[in-house]
Design a protein around this ligand. Structure first.
Ligand SMILES: CC(C)(COP(=O)(O)OP(=O)(O)OC[C@H]1O[C@@H](n2cnc3c(N)ncnc32)[C@H](O)[C@@H]1OP(=O)(O)O)[C@@H](O)C(=O)NCCC(=O)NCCS
Length: 181
């Protein structure tokens, strides 16, 4: 369902996005070319996934929040969280990774399963972030060898919120009317 004509999903030549039927793509999100979105994933308002120079894959259950930019060959695993305004430019993130709001992650970077990159971090090209670790800062450095349980729990709640929103928005999003005041 589309509230206002979007989302904007375009083929580029022979490259066409492939979106699982159970994924949610918000109106105003843009998917171009070689983009694959897995089951139950969600792509939120204003996000741009431009698959014109390498494929972009978003795994099952992952949420790509508003205004994210994904470009170049990029793989995001299952059950990942990309916060608002994340730049993922030519990266590989394994399952369960969290990249906080506004973080910039540059080409060739590999992020191991369950690792967390804090909000606002800058991850330089070709960084290697081991599984389960917590990184932060500009440039990002390892802050902890393991993500504390309370932080892990917080992000689990985020996953659940987005999984629920991805089911709710297709039903409930509509232009405002007399019944929505
Ligand atoms: C990484 C994060 C989980 C840390 O949470 P936290 O442990 O509760 O953070 P605290 O406020 O207790 O700070 C702990 C330390 O980390 C530092 N810190 C916290 N967040 C930081 C960040 N984003 N960048 C750099 N340093 C940070 C604090 O300054 C503090 O340093 P100190 O011990 O030297 O004083 C949190 O800051 C974060 O980035 N969350 C992501 C939020 C987000 O993007 N949500 C949307 C997607 S789910």
């Amino acid at each position: 369902m589309s509230a206002s004509g979007g989302p904007w999903i375009y083929a580029l030549g022979t490259l066409a996005p492939r979106v699982d039927g159970s994924a949610y793509i918000a109106p105003t999100a843009t998917l171009i070319g070689d983009v694959v979105v897995g089951p139950g994933a969600s792509i939120w308002f204003g996000a741009v996934l431009r698959g014109d120079s390498g494929s972009i894959t978003v795994g099952a259950g992952t949420n790509i929040q508003d205004l994210c930019i994904l470009h170049e060959e990029t793989t995001i695993g299952r059950d990942c969280v990309l916060g608002h305004g994340v730049l993922a430019h030519g990266i590989h993130a394994e399952d369960g990774v969290v990249i906080g709001n506004g973080a910039l992650v540059h080409e060739g970077t590999r992020i191991g399963a369950g690792a967390v990159v804090a909000a606002g971090s800058l991850v330089p090209a070709n960084s290697v972030i081991p599984a389960g670790t917590l990184w932060m800062g500009v440039p990002a450095r390892q802050r902890s060898a393991s993500v504390p349980e309370r932080i892990r729990q917080r992000f689990q709640e985020t996953r659940e919120f987005y999984a629920d929103a991805a089911r709710r928005y297709p039903r409930e999003l509509h232009p405002p009317g007399p019944d929505s005041a």
